[in-house]
Design a protein around this ligand. Structure first.
Ligand code: PLP
Length: 371
């Protein structure tokens, strides 16, 4: 099946009791036992499993080409479950521009429990130099947030090969429509489903997808059900519903993003545009080789500096000044302000999540704001 068909059918089945075409929302927290004390239908208590969560996990696993998926109440909860599944004392290698929420999670919640190094993961010598006997995980985020750096997934997988190191890829910016890390050799994929999967800026969620149902995956499942950071049946239902239009939304997002990137690259006030679909991007060749679309987040810096960047975000009419990404509406933010005092993001940088409005209106809005 093609991805558009999977998106519509893999998370839904006709309800046998009513023949409803759309799977109903099951709000029950507990399920009746069979006469022999068993649970033949597979559901016992909703923290362990719920029919709407199963449906959501099925469709996400299929979209990424994985053996199984686990849904969480946020992207950070999904990431945290991977870290919690590691033995204490394990060493993690992560990119120096890892999404700041997960970087801070490691630095604040796992200090003294796990070891971690934030490095330039794209540099093979630097990566090799940081591998240690206790390295158990390499975290990849590509394209990265907010600098849109591209990591060559196959190269990282090759560096980890034969050493019992799991390679996890945060695929939030790309979505499986633009990149499928498991097919490039990664062991696990992570998503903030709050973004494109949800697509309407109205629900929080996260997901992990595994290539294999191995011992590490069992540990993650254990963290999911024992930790209990699971999404509600309503959130699972709405996510499954949104995913049906994901392939077509992504096409529109990517189309708009490419045109907006090209417009900004030719604008006199713009210093630099960071978007992997531009030939000027330093890792354009890698992006072209491993992606089937370049996503719809871009960052750009303004020649006139921080004050001008802040003026521009406040002069827009269609773009909303807000953090996050992946919704149908376009958002823009002064990223360094969002990341806080330890940010490494340039102060003249604006990050844009390109929505599904008409591209002419988006360009006209930026044109008037940057005058
Ligand atoms: N990973 C990336 C790349 C993100 O952009 C985000 C959120 O912005 C997350 C993970 C965390 O996801 P959530 O906000 O759903 O916890």
């Amino acid at each position: 099946m093609k991805i558009e068909t999977i998106a519509i059918h893999a998370g839904n089945h006709t309800d046998e009791s009513t023949k409803a075409v759309i799977q109903p929302i099951v709000m029950a927290t507990t399920f009746e036992r069979d006469a022999d004390g068993g649970f033949a239908a597979g559901y016992q208590y909703s923290r362990s499993a719920n029919p709407n969560r199963t449906a959501l996990e099925n469709v996400i696993a299929r979209l990424e080409g994985g053996a199984d998926a686990a849904a969480f109440s946020s992207g950070n909860a999904a990431g945290m479950s991977v870290f919690q599944a590691l033995q204490p004392g394990s060493h993690i290698i992560a990119p120096d521009d890892m999404y700041h929420g997960l970087r801070n999670q490691l630095k604040q919640l796992f200090v003294g429990i796990l070891e971690f190094d934030f490095i330039d993961i794209n540099n093979p010598e630097v990566l090799q130099a940081h591998l240690k006997p206790n390295t158990k995980l390499i975290w990849v985020e590509t394209p990265s947030n907010p600098l849109l750096k591209i990591t060559d997934i196959k190269k990282v997988v090759a560096a980890a090969a034969g050493q019992q190191i799991k390679v996890v890829c945060d695929n939030t910016f790309a979505t499986p429509l633009c990149q499928q890390p498991l097919t490039l050799g990664a062991d696990l994929v992570m998503h903030s489903t709050t973004k494109y999967f949800g697509g309407h800026s109205d629900l929080m969620g996260g997901a992990l997808v595994t290539k294999e149902k191995d011992g590490f995956w069992e540990k993650i499942r254990n963290v999911q059900t024992m930790g209990g950071a699971v999404p509600s049946p309503m959130d699972c239902y709405y996510l499954t519903r949104s995913i049906k239009t994901l392939p077509y939304r992504i096409r529109g997002h990517v189309h708009n993003a490419q045109l907006l990137a090209e417009y900004l690259e030719n604008h006199d006030s713009v210093e630099k545009v960071m978007y992997p679909g531009l030939q000027s991007h330093p890792e354009y060749a890698t992006a072209k080789a491993q992606m089937t679309g370049f996503g719809a987040v871009l960052s750009f810096t303004l020649k006139a500096g921080e004050a001008e960047a802040k003026r521009v975000v406040n002069s827009l009419n269609i773009f909303t000044q807000a953090t996050s990404l992946g919704g149908v509406e376009s958002l823009i933010e002064h990223r360094a302000s969002v990341e806080g005092p330890d940010t490494k993001t340039p102060f003249n940088l604006l990050r844009v999540s390109i929505g599904l409005e008409h591209i002419d209106d988006l360009i006209a809005d930026l044109e008037q704001a940057m005058k």
